[in-house]
Each structure stands twice: as structure tokens, then as C-alpha cells.
Design a protein around this ligand. Structure first.
Ligand code: FES
Length: 139
């Protein structure tokens, strides 16, 4: 009688490495800016992103109820007319966000909840700003 041995099967899966759950601070809005290579070519978007920390602090958007989180993205598939900025959860997409236009977006939209209508190239399904107003609307 021949002895055959079947390979042993280890049915015990290795213990998974512990995955650390990330944390982020609470925020009112999230501003996303494309720093990809096509909507601007001269580093203008990165410079704009770098300016946001002091601008948000001066406007009181770095903490508290109106805190705005900011992030860079690689491409929105819009790819022209940059710098391109998206403000969530309002679903508002801005183009041609120069330093001066960023100041308008900060003051009107991020602080007062009023979309800067002449800079919008797309409005998502969530409406416009906190109050549903546009700064181009009659009072
Ligand atoms: S590279 Fe900026 S939207 Fe595509």
C-alpha cells in the first residue's frame, strides 16, 4: 500500500495589517483647484493654491463654521480657461480664477454664500451657494 500525502491546506488567513482610519477636520466647503498641466501652463494654479492659506486666514475661513478645506487635483477634464476651481458641496465650477477673481470668490461665495455668476462655467445639481443667491441677482 502506497502512502500518499495530500498537501496541507492552511485555512487560516494571515491577520490583515491594521488599516489606520484617517481623520480630517470639519469644514463648511471644499475648494478644489486643478494644478494639472493643461488648463494653465505657467504654474499659475500652483501659485494660486499656495496663496490660499493666508487668504483664507484673513477672511476667517481657516477655522470655525465657515472653514474651507482646500485640495489640489491633477485634472478635472475641463483643460482650458484655467485656473479652474470647484467649490463643493455647492457644485459651482469657476474658470479664469486669477488672484483678483479668487478674492471675489472668497468674499462673495465662501464668506457670504453668493456665487460669482460671471466666473461660473458649470453649475452642478446642488444649486448655487448657501443662500441660492448669485451676486448678479437683484436684491
Ligand atoms: S489639466 Fe486642469 S482641468 Fe485638465
Amino acid at each position: 500500500m502506497s502512502e500518499t500525502s495530500s498537501p496541507s491546506v492552511n485555512t487560516t488567513a494571515p491577520a490583515p495589517a491594521e488599516v489606520v482610519k484617517p481623520k480630517i477636520g470639519s469644514y463648511r466647503r471644499h475648494l478644489l483647484i486643478c494644478t494639472g498641466p493643461r488648463c494653465t501652463q505657467d504654474g499659475q494654479s500652483q501659485a494660486l493654491f499656495d496663496s490660499l492659506g493666508p487668504k483664507f486666514k484673513a477672511a476667517g475661513l481657516d477655522a470655525g463654521d465657515l472653514r474651507v478645506k482646500r485640495s489640489r487635483v491633477g485634472c478635472f477634464a475641463a483643460c482650458k480657461g484655467g485656473p479652474i476651481v470647484c467649490v463643493q458641496p455647492d457644485g459651482t465650477w469657476y474658470y479664469n480664477v486669477t488672484e483678483a477673481n479668487m478674492d471675489r470668490i472668497i468674499h462673495n461665495h465662501l464668506v457670504h454664500g453668493e456665487v460669482v455668476a460671471d466666473l461660473v462655467f458649470h453649475q452642478g445639481p446642488d444649486g448655487s451657494g448657501e443662500s441660492g443667491k448669485s451676486c448678479g441677482d437683484a436684491a
